[in-house]
Design a protein around this ligand. Structure first.
Ligand SMILES: *Cc1c(COP(=O)(O)O)cnc(C)c1O
Length: 236
């Protein structure tokens, strides 16, 4: 079932690439495995997926440790896509390939501190609340450039791009305007040529809207339900 879902998603990604004159290589598919058991991840690995998204520090660490201790011979990468508390940074910093959800200077300061201790460079994205929803994390589009300039001064952090979670809408077409705004912000910031800042990754698009996101320039899509099925939070 997971394998079939991945094939279906791949077909849709390819079609969206064709429609927008992009090549499939420009897109990274992140399978969002939050709340799902490790067996699901193993099945996805067999179907050729290497990038997984998690939104809870403990769950990401457990799954990452399992992959390591079972010596699975593929380059599995875990992406931190959920809100990150400062006191959890030390637990996750060596387990994740990319933190998508940095939205404050205070959080970045903590990442810098822990990265320096471990003598690593930590790759991050800035999470933008593009529709300025009360309920969402992320920096406002207006404050994004300043936050990037402030974080760019940290020697152990590398800013690689932007991430957003678009509003929940009935029809994916309604999200297009937000994805366009994200792309514009991404291009504008790239054009400022800020030292230590690369706009290489635009992480946007989920199960309901990833095709539109790709058409508007996403480089990374984060798909949970479309690959692993509905999540059941009540049993946790
Ligand atoms: C859960 C989650 C996703 C995946 O959502 P689906 O609608 O299941 O594809 C993507 N991004 C973030 C930040 C998430 O928390």
């Amino acid at each position: 079932m997971i394998k079939d879902n991945i094939l279906e998603v791949e077909k849709n990604i390819l079609a969206a690439c064709k429609r927008s004159n992009r090549s499939r290589e420009e897109i990274t598919l992140i399978a969002v495995s939050k709340t799902k058991p490790i067996e699901f991840i193993e099945e996805a690995i067999k179907a050729g997926i290497y990038d997984f998204g998690e939104n809870k520090v403990q769950e990401l660490c457990e799954k990452s440790n399992y992959i390591k201790t079972n010596d699975i011979k593929t380059p599995v990468r875990f992406h931190m896509i959920g809100h990150l508390q400062r006191n959890k940074v030390k637990d996750i910093i060596t387990k994740t390939v990319l933190i998508h959800s940095v939205d404050s200077l205070r959080l970045a300061e903590q990442i810098q501190l822990e990265a320096q201790k471990k003598e690593i460079i930590c790759d991050i994205l800035i999470e933008v609340n593009i529709a300025k929803e009360e309920s969402k994390f992320g920096v406002s589009p207006q404050q994004t450039e300043q936050l990037i300039r402030d974080i760019a001064k940290f020697g152990n952090i590398r800013i690689l791009g932007l991430m957003t979670v678009a509003p929940i809408v009935k029809n994916a077409e309604e999200s297009r305007t937000y994805f366009k705004q994200m792309k514009q912000l991404y291009v504008d910031i790239a054009n400022k040529n800020i030292d230590n800042v690369t706009m290489a990754i635009l992480s946007m698009g989920m199960t309901n809207d990833y095709e539109v996101a790709i058409e508007e320039g996403a480089t990374h899509v984060r798909i949970g339900t479309g690959i692993f099925g509905q999540r059941n939070y009540t049993i946790l």
